[in-house]
Design a binder for this molecule. Structure first.
Ligand SMILES: [Zn+2]
Length: 389
């Protein structure tokens, strides 16, 4: 039996918000989304917004035990933070439990799709059984030829052991330009799977890749893995090597480089702020046609895994970006980046009824302001994962 729900505001995201609009659902699939007055509602949820489930395009669930333990440094001392993350990882005892806790936290804030960067693909089993969709990006690190070969083989072995489902799909993530041999980017791209990599996150990374100078040289030398001939020679070559990739951050993308239509950035606003980076050029990137979705990054740099909190923070930081653009970055843009836009990311007939119900303040602002503005209500939300594909 179809079931029709209404609420104060319905946000299809693929179209303008609908006051007292209705969404009609049958067997977990959206049958119709209508303005008020077309269908009688079976259920009125009251002073709330109904949104498509939120999308977190960049997260590291395996660092979900790190909250408060590896505080971000200033961006000038980013390599110190990396050292601390390495030390933290070395003393983790129950990463599976951390991953499960991270998934629960995503779920309670309304996320129904994640792009998870996973050392050894370790989140696979938990995400394949979780009430959400995922791309699990197996994280590859390796500068020397033997380490790059080992990463390549280990990824191929992992791929042969997993069984992709409609809701849990494999991808691969060469970690970053400073930690991955240039040729490994190209070898991993040949798998033709979803890809993600950190890119242009710090000025130090640009100094290393474009000029072989800056703090990364000493950092890699201390780790005993510095090989100037093995790294990529410029950021543009990495962008060119990964045609459909999600690039995490892109805080300092050189001006001469553009993203192709199939490429995207995942922007992590509160992590960006925690490191004190230069203001994120969000308006400029959007005006250049770049595809951008939100991520939370990990609890090693972010206070929580709430994508709507990222969106609200971004709205404060970028008053020249509209509420509709911000909401799209938290939903449909992420689904597009992760290859799930045909099943979720917006409220449209035929898509899965993955929803989040967001309480609204008792005021009369325009709908995006109610959802994202100063009076927006923080906290846990009702999340509905329909699970159909
Ligand atoms: Zn990251």
């Amino acid at each position: 039996m179809p079931h029709t729900i209404t609420a104060r505001w319905l946000f299809p995201v693929s179209g303008p918000p609908l006051p007292n609009g209705t969404i009609t659902i049958q067997n977990g699939t959206i049958l119709a989304v209508d303005p008020h007055g077309i269908r009688a509602a079976d259920e009125d949820l009251g002073n709330v917004a109904i949104l498509p489930g939120l999308v977190n395009a960049h997260i590291h669930l395996d660092l979900s035990g790190a909250r408060g333990l590896v505080p971000p440094t200033s961006c000038e001392h980013f390599t110190d933070w990396l050292r601390n993350v390495i030390a933290y990882r070395g003393q983790c005892t129950d990463i599976e439990a951390d991953i499960r806790a991270g998934i629960r936290e995503c779920q309670k804030y309304g996320t129904t799709l994640v792009g998870d960067i996973a050392v050894n693909g370790q989140s696979w089993a938990s995400l394949a059984n979780a009430p959400m969709r995922a791309v699990v990006f197996w994280e590859a690190i390796g500068i020397s030829q033997p380490r790059a070969d080992h990463a390549h083989e280990a990824f191929r072995d992992w791929l042969s052991t997993i069984v992709p489902t409609a809701n849990c799909r494999p991808g691969v993530s060469p970690h970053a330009p400073y930690s991955v041999r240039a040729s490994l980017f190209e070898r991993l791209a040949k798998f033709a799977l979803p890809m993600a990599t950190h890119l242009a996150e710090t000025r130090a990374e640009i100094d290393l890749i474009e000029r072989r100078t800056g703090p990364f040289v000493g950092f890699l030398q201390q780790l005993g893995i510095y090989d100037p001939d093995a790294l990529a020679n410029n950021i543009a070559s990495i962008v060119a090597a990964l045609p459909g990739a999600i690039f995490a951050h892109g805080n300092y993308l050189p001006d001469a480089i553009s993203l192709a239509p199939q490429q995207s950035f995942s922007y992590c606003p509160r992590t960006h702020a925690a490191f004190g980076h230069s203001p994120y050029p969000l308006r400029r990137y959007l005006d250049r046609g770049f595809h951008i979705a939100f991520g939370t990054d990990s609890l090693a740099s972010n206070p929580d895994l709430d994508v709507l909190a990222e969106a609200r923070f971004a709205k404060q930081c970028h008053p020249d970006v509209s509420g509709a653009e911000i909401l799209r970055m938290a939903t449909l843009a992420g689904a597009e980046s992760l290859g799930y836009a045909n099943v979720c990311g917006s409220l449209e007939a035929g898509k899965s009824a993955d929803l989040v119900i967001v309480p609204l303040p008792n005021s009369d602002e325009e709908p995006h302001e109610l959802l994202l503005g100063e009076r927006a209500i923080p906290g846990e939300r009702r999340t509905i994962f329909a699970g159909t594909a």
